[in-house]
Ligand binder design. Structure first.
Ligand SMILES: [Cu+2]
Length: 147
C-alpha cells in the first residue's frame, strides 16, 4: 500500500501586491510592466468578459474619462470624488504608455494607443488613489473615495 505523497503546490500565488508606490522600487515596476505585456493577449478576452459584467444592473456607474496626450493628462491631473461603494469606470484614452495602474485597488490594464481602455471597479476602499500610466509612472488622476 503506497501513500501518494502529494505535495500541495501552493506556489502559484505570485501576487506582487507592492505596486509601485512612487518610491524607489523602480525595478519592481519594471517587472510588472514586463508581465503586463504578456497579459496583453488576455486583455482581449477580458473585454469579452466585460460584457458579462455589464449584464449586472449597474446604472449608477460613475464614468471618469481621462485623456492622455504625450504622456500627460489633458486638462491637468484630475481629482474626481466618488462615494465609497460607488461603481466607477475609468476610461483612459492615451497615445502612449503600456498600462494604466490604479493604486490601492491594484488594478492594472494594458493600453492600446488610440483605443480607450476601461477599468471598472467598485470603490470599496476609502482614501485617495493614484492613477498612473506605466512605464513612465506619469500621474494621471487622483481618485478620492469618501466614506
Ligand atoms: Cu503604478
Amino acid at each position: 500500500m503506497r501513500t501518494a505523497v502529494m505535495l500541495a503546490a501552493v506556489v502559484g500565488s505570485a501576487l506582487a501586491l507592492a505596486g509601485c508606490g512612487g518610491g524607489g522600487g523602480s525595478s519592481a515596476a519594471d517587472t510588472t510592466a514586463t508581465e503586463t505585456t504578456a497579459t496583453e493577449t488576455t486583455a482581449t478576452e477580458t473585454s469579452a468578459a466585460g460584457t458579462t459584467t455589464t449584464a449586472t444592473p449597474a446604472p449608477q456607474a460613475k464614468v471618469i474619462p481621462i485623456r492622455v496626450v504625450n504622456g500627460q493628462p489633458q486638462g491637468g491631473i484630475q481629482r474626481p470624488k466618488v462615494d465609497q461603494g460607488d461603481k466607477v469606470v475609468l476610461v483612459v484614452r492615451t497615445d502612449s504608455g503600456e498600462a494604466v495602474h490604479l493604486h490601492g485597488y491594484n488594478i492594472e490594464k494594458p493600453v492600446v494607443p488610440g483605443k480607450p481602455v476601461r477599468l471598472p471597479f467598485t470603490a470599496s476602499i476609502a482614501g485617495r488613489f493614484e492613477v498612473e500610466l506605466h512605464p513612465t509612472d506619469s500621474l494621471l488622476a487622483v481618485i478620492e473615495v469618501e466614506p
